[in-house]
Structures are given as C-alpha cells and as structure tokens.
Design a protein around this ligand. Structure first.
Ligand code: NI
Length: 192
C-alpha cells in the first residue's frame, strides 16, 4: 500500500469528468487500497480517485463511527478549552468501496451539512443536498449493488459523486463565498 499525493484546488485536474471502470482487476484493488491508506492518513471520511490524480469512477468512504461496544477511551486532547469532559470510544473502521456509482431517486427534502474536502483543506461551508437517495454501484468484482442511504452517508456519497463529475463542494456556494474560500486556501498555501 502507498500513500498518494492529494490534489488540491484550484488544480484543473479536479474538474475532470472521470471515466467508468470496465476492468475489475488487481490494479483496481491496489488503487482502492492506496486510496484507503491515503484517506485514513489525511483523516478524511471519503476520497474520489481523481483526488489522487486517477480519472476513474472509484470512491472510497469510511465514516469511522465510534465503536460504542468497546471500552471508552480517556480523553487526552483539548476541545478548544471549553471545559467539558468528553467520553470517547475508539473509532470503528467501516470501509466502503463504490465503483461506477450512480445516484437514484434523490429525495425532495434537503439536508444541510458543514462540509469539508481533502482537496480544499481547512475550508468548511454549509451545503444543501437531498436528505436521502438510493445508490447503485459495483464492487471490486464488478457485482452490482443497490442501497438506500440517508444521513451523513447520503451527504458523503453525493459529495464524492460530485468529484467524479468535476465538481467541488465550494462550487455549490455563491461566487463570492467560493472566491473567499479559494483566496483563503491560496494564503494558507503561501504561508506554509
Ligand atoms: Ni471532497
């Protein structure tokens, strides 16, 4: 496995419309492994292949929920000095792989989430998306699956689907807000 370089906005490659996968071989498995390693390393919950420069319709997602069946862990990090005590459970790995995903029946009802993106580091903004949808996709062997999704998973898969069509979450913002986000990103990059 290998950690790949994550492409950041405004790199024009992020505007690529990715190509469907038609060969379900070992190379695809290696790509998916590398994408998971890259995503976990960057503390992300979702990653599209184009974010590591591969224009294929491949997504990995892991919402890494807290494992409430496990022993709670001592909280040893600072939550901005708010003085509250926190109980933490270890995170549970729930890796999900979506090859050639399609969104079906997006709900009329919308949900708003504060979104971020590994390709737009340290920028967060509220985005409205359909609250629920059905998703059809293929697995690493090419088998077709379909599932109804809601909550964070529905939001995450729609965000990642956008990447496959060359769209970033900041493209859902007003032009003013998007330009502010891009300027902030450029400034942070220069400072680093
Ligand atoms: Ni993203």
């Amino acid at each position: 496995m290998a950690i790949m370089e994550i492409i950041e906005a405004p790199d024009p490659r992020l505007k690529t419309v990715s190509t469907p996968v038609d060969t379900f071989d070992d190379q695809l498995k290696i790509l998916v492994d590398d994408m998971f390693e890259t995503m976990y390393d960057a503390n992300g919950i979702g990653l599209a292949a184009i974010q590591v420069g591969i224009p294929l319709r491949v997504l990995v997602i892991d919402l890494q929920p807290e494992d409430t069946d496990a022993e709670p862990e001592e909280c040893d990090h600072d939550h901005g000095g708010d003085g509250h005590s926190h109980v933490h459970y270890p995170l549970k790995k729930e890796p999900r792989i979506f090859i050639n995903p399609e969104i079906l029946d997006p709900a009329d009802e919308m949900n708003t989430y504060q979104e971020g993106c590994l390709s737009v580091p340290d920028i967060y903004a509220e985005v409205d998306r359909p609250k629920a949808c059905r998703v059809r996709w293929q697995d690493l062997e090419g088998n077709v699956h379909e599932e109804a999704m809601d909550g964070l998973l529905a939001t995450c898969i729609q965000h990642e689907m956008d990447h496959l069509n060359g769209i970033l979450f900041i493209d859902h913002l007003s032009r003013l807000k998007r330009n502010m986000a891009l300027k902030k990103l450029e400034k942070a990059r220069k400072a680093a």
